[in-house]
Design a binder for this molecule. Structure first.
Ligand SMILES: [Zn+2]
Length: 257
């Protein structure tokens, strides 16, 4: 199915990728439909509305849950009245009275956003969409607030910007290579052949990219410890993995949840 801006791919009878094919960042949003409610993972760039697209795919109540609050994933949050947020300190810090107002360093755009949070999901919580349990997991590295979803029943692993088929980014504020390693390693341990769904680009993530990412992060950290000077921004390449890493991401110690 194709609209003028979005390309929609049906992954299985109850799961869709809503891909922004014409957007330079090529973001992927995912719609997971249970028996009682649907979950939209990310709302996209906001260059075009997404709610009407979601409505074509399901009549069920929709809960929006974001992988993180970088501008290219929260552009249509204002279209939804039921938003769930990961119960993390970094997210609570961005509450202003009863609204969530992402800081510049988290949203990366001059454009201001604000939205109401209907649900806070505690760490490790499994959410039942109605005969469809999904677990959210904290995946810091690309940013401190990054999260993913594990949907064992449908064999899906939604990883946001931790991993996709393209150069990975660890240079925005709150990026951390040691967090990246921790997140990739913990996911890798739990990985059981699920299809990995990333936050950008239509090309599928290959299963061995997760273990390659773990090795790349280990190697990048090892190399940086041997260096006397770390440049402000550098490109790190290991096997198929390319990471753009800032000095602060090398130096930033792991955040703990
Ligand atoms: Zn991002």
């Amino acid at each position: 199915m194709s609209h003028d801006w979005y390309q929609i791919e049906q992954i299985d009878p109850r799961t869709y990728t809503i891909h922004e094919a014409d957007y330079r960042e090529k973001t992927n949003q995912y719609l997971l439909i249970g028996k009682e409610r649907a979950l939209l993972f990310d709302s996209g760039s906001g260059k075009r509305g997404i709610r009407s697209i979601v409505r074509e795919l399901t009549d069920l109540p929709v809960t929006l849950f974001g992988s993180h609050v970088h501008y290219d994933h929260i552009g249509n949050h204002h279209e939804f009245d039921h938003i769930a947020m990961a119960d993390l300190p970094i997210n609570h810090m961005q509450m202003s009275e009863d609204q969530f107002v992402p800081r510049w360093s988290m949203r990366l755009t001059p454009k201001r956003h604000r939205f109401r949070i209907s649900e806070w999901w505690p760490i490790g919580e499994t959410i039942d969409l109605g005969d469809r349990p999904v677990e959210w997991v904290h995946l810091p590295g690309h940013s401190e607030d990054s999260v993913g979803l594990i949907d064992r029943r449908h064999g899906l692993l939604l990883v946001g910007d931790l991993l996709y088929q393209g150069p990975l980014i660890a240079f925005w504020p709150t990026a951390s290579v040691s967090d990246y390693l921790k997140s990739a390693a913990s996911l890798s341990k739990r990985y059981d052949g699920e299809r990995i769904l990333g936050g950008h680009f239509p090309e599928p993530v290959q299963p061995d990219q997760l273990s390659s990412l773990v090795e790349a992060c280990e190697k990048a950290l090892d190399d940086s410890r041997k260096k006397r000077w770390i440049p402000p921004l550098s490109k790190f390449q290991y096997q198929e993995t390319t990471l753009y890493i800032s000095r602060s991401a090398y130096l930033r110690s792991s955040c703990s949840t």
